[in-house]
Design a protein around this ligand. Structure first.
Ligand code: SF4
Length: 423
């Protein structure tokens, strides 16, 4: 394992150096629903999540977060909480006294890059004062204009963008820092982490890495996509804490993460995993790295379905549409899991398309990266459908949206077959 700084989260979780890989997940309840979020945290802690992330979409959610933390501690549940902050430096500052760790993308603190740096500097000082840990979390789909204009939209750009914030932490002598560079594309994700790990090694200060495939989807595909990429990095000693993002009950993520953590460190093995699930995860871990590294072109297994899934997860052969789906969080405003399954059922016959199903209109469009089509929940029973980055049908009632999506893809593929569609 890469020698890194040790990050302390709360009083009992250590990330990095030779410590076992830490597994974590995120609530998908509404943070304002304190009862439901406490109940979910209780369940996630019981199945072995060592950190639990909770979104804080608005200032109104800050007191809810405080109450969630208070109730959990009163019950004797000490699992550190991580506040997930998008865009707002005010909310980031407000949660520092409340939670053990804060996940931010400092690049989104302000449209003016110098102002974003200034705000991040203040945020670091406050985290130092309270002894908090932070995660600098950049995703491929949401790099921001400043970064894309400066470096492009590549794994190298992701690593360079993150490294700027890493350097600020180094210079401020603040080392309770974890970094992540997630992407839904396994090749991009692996390259970005490798590059950042190398940059940090060259700089002489290596922070632990939080490794994960974002918007991996659900079922076997989501598990396989996560395992091929995460195991490739872990096998190289890159990765100290992991999240397997699934568009399912977040408790389902934990055994998959535990399987990976146990395989690559002294973390405990999952309990009660079915033989089938273990076979799938093992095959994904065994064949992921050689396929992603182009050391082999095929895999010698008889199970054709499993072979197809692994080859597609490694982006070596596509046998069905590529699906991207966010795991959902407190911002999700519709039944994401069932809708995603419906979209998969109705679109499985299309070829060479990337289809995204995203939980919210705030981050969904940015996060769906290179999807050809996007189904994005607006809230209040309405959906916007995207073609690439363009919203082409807005405010569609939820009960019509899957039909309209299928129709949109069908019409485009007919036009494209007839030579009518540009790209
Ligand atoms: S895209 Fe999904 S996971 Fe991301 S903030 Fe929106 S609902 Fe949450």
């Amino acid at each position: 394992m890469l020698q890194t700084k040790t990050v302390r989260v709360g009083s009992n979780v250590l990330i990095g150096s030779g410590h076992p890989i830490v597994v974590q997940t995120m609530c998908n309840t509404h943070t304002s629903d304190v009862e439901a979020t406490v109940a979910q945290c209780r369940r996630l802690a019981a199945v072995g999540s060592e950190l639990i992330r909770i979104t804080v979409p608005s200032m109104k959610d800050v007191p809810c977060l405080e109450e969630i933390s208070r109730r959990l501690r009163a019950e004797g549940i000490g699992t550190p909480l991580v506040a997930d902050i998008h865009f707002s430096p005010e909310i980031a500052m407000a949660v520092v006294p409340i939670v053990e760790k804060i996940r931010i993308n400092p690049g989104n603190f302000h449209p003016d890059h110098e102002k974003a740096r200034e705000l991040f500097g203040k945020f670091i000082e406050k985290c130092k004062e309270y002894g908090r840990a932070i995660r600098i979390g950049l995703n491929h789909g949401s790099l921001g204009k400043y970064i894309i204009d400066k470096y492009g939209n590549t794994p190298e750009a992701m690593a360079l963008a993150a490294f700027e914030w890493v350097k600020m932490c180094q210079e401020a002598d603040f080392h309770n820092v974890v970094v992540s560079l997630k992407a839904s594309n396994t090749v991009v994700m692996v390259q970005a982490y490798r590059r950042l790990a190398a940059m940090m090694q060259e700089s002489g200060v290596v922070y632990p890495l939080h490794v994960g495939v974002t918007e991996a989807g659900n079922g076997d595909s989501g598990r396989i996509k996560s395992c091929v990429a995460i195991s490739t990095l872990l096998s190289e000693g890159i990765g100290n804490t992991i999240r397997v993002s699934l568009t399912e009950d977040p408790a389902n993520e934990i055994p998959v993460a535990q399987y990976l953590a146990h395989r690559f460190s002294s973390a405990p093995a999952p309990i009660g995993m079915s033989e089938r699930e273990e076979t799938i995860l093992k095959a994904a871990c065994d064949w992921g790295a050689p396929l992603l590294n182009h050391e082999i072109d095929d895999i010698p297994i008889e199970d054709e379905y499993l072979k197809d899934e692994i080859l597609q997860a490694c982006r070596r052969r596509f046998y069905k549409p590529e699906y991207i789906a966010c795991p959902g969080c407190g911002r999700t405003l519709y039944d994401l899991e069932n809708t995603f399954n419906k979209v998969k059922e109705r679109t499985s016959h299309f070829k060479n398309v990337v289809i995204a199903v995203m939980g919210c209109i705030v981050n969904g469009p940015g996060e769906m990266a290179d999807a050809d089509y996007g189904y994005v929940g607006e809230g209040f029973g309405k959906v916007t459908l995207y073609r690439k980055k363009d919203p082409v049908l807005r405010h569609i009632p939820e009960n019509e949206a899957v039909d309209k999506l299928v129709e949109l893809i069908r019409r485009d593929s007919e036009q494209s077959d007839a030579g009518g569609l540009g790209d």
